[in-house]
Design a protein around this ligand. Structure first.
Ligand code: BDR
Ligand code: CA
Length: 317
């Protein structure tokens, strides 16, 4: 596949164990050209997520790809650090890795996002995998990116299922609901890959052992960092595997036919004391607004998991 035919993506991320798996899926996919990473607080602090993103471009053999450090806290709220118990304080399941050699880009994430989209009009798919703070800052600073982005495919939200960070809210949206509200209403094409589909695609210990048998630096890395994440989900009583949330957004970018979606007006609650971060699709059109979000409702998880395994075991980093 020529570079011209590839989808150019910019990944905004808080790595993060499942973020790392999604980023490696992107690098293992011939349809995808990763043009940059921007980092955000979320699963752990912004200093650590940035170091991890730098480690990932090195692991991918692509230290040339810019990594821009972004927001350290939500727009209006304190950063709580609640992702630590899921991803470990180092964001990579407490597995120690050497310091990365490459340095972050000199620009902050919002500027980097604006520069990248405006330099490639109509070509960039923005893939946010963490709280939406950088993306909100970017579109508030330069609203023309809304007309110049190809699309926004984000992991976040829960349309018709319970939340994971509160009874109704998914963690990425809950971590910065004001930012999510801005992003959902920015007038650009948004696809929401939320818990409705990500909780349907779980990887088991056996799946991860088969990945490891491929003996590549990428599959070794995935196997090592997922021990902590598996234990976390098992401690919740989820014993049929771990949801690979962020990889679901990447899978949509690679092959949207894996998903069933519905275009519907969707709001983000950022005002209620207990329910902030809830994503609320107006299924019956009662608010009489135009659809603004393409909401993922179902996924062919067998086909998706087979694709993940094939891509990662066949990739020759
Ligand atoms: C999301 O929250 C984070 O813990 C994961 O990386 C994912 O982006 C799932 O709710
Ligand atoms: Ca994430």
């Amino acid at each position: 596949m020529t570079d011209g035919a590839k989808k150019k993506i910019l990944i905004d991320t808080d790595p993060g164990i499942d973020d790392s798996m999604a980023i490696l899926l992107a690098f293992a996919s011939p349809e995808i050209d990763v043009v940059g990473l921007s980092t955000v607080f979320g699963n752990t602090g912004g200093d650590v997520t940035t170091q991890n993103a730098l480690r990932l471009v090195e692991l991918a053999g692509r230290p040339d790809i810019p990594v821009a450090r972004g927001a350290e806290k939500p727009l209006l709220r304190p950063f709580t650090g609640k992702g630590w118990h899921v991803h470990g304080k180092n964001g990579l399941g407490e597995v120690e890795f050497p310091e990365p050699k490459v340095q972050p880009d000199k620009r902050r994430a919002a500027t980097f996002i604006i520069d990248t989209i405006m330099a490639n009009p109509g070509e960039i798919t923005l893939v946010p995998l963490g709280p939406l703070t950088n993306v909100a800052l970017a579109v508030a600073t330069e609203p023309r990116i809304a007309a110049n982005v190809k699309e926004v495919v984000l992991m976040g939200g829960a349309a018709s299922v319970p939340g994971n960070a509160s009874p109704v809210a998914e963690a990425n949206i809950r971590n910065d609901p004001e930012a999510a509200h801005i992003v959902f209403h920015a007038g650009w094409p948004v696809t929401m890959i939320g818990l409705d589909v990500t909780m349907k695609t779980k990887m088991t210990r056996d799946d991860l052992d088969r990945l490891k048998a491929a003996n590549s630096p990428w599959t070794d890395f995935i196997h090592a960092v997922t021990r902590h994440y598996l234990n976390f989900y098992e401690s919740l009583g989820i014993t049929d595997g771990m949801p690979i949330h962020d990889s679901s957004a990447m899978a949509y970018v690679i092959d949207p036919s894996l998903f069933e979606t519905k275009h519907v007006y969707t709001d983000v609650d950022h005002q209620s004391e207990h329910h902030h971060g809830q994503t609320v699709p107006d299924w019956r059109g009662q608010r009489e607004r135009d659809p603004n979000v393409n909401v993922a409702l179902d996924v062919d998880s067998d086909r998706f998991l087979a694709m993940y395994e094939r891509r990662l075991t066949e990739a020759r980093p």
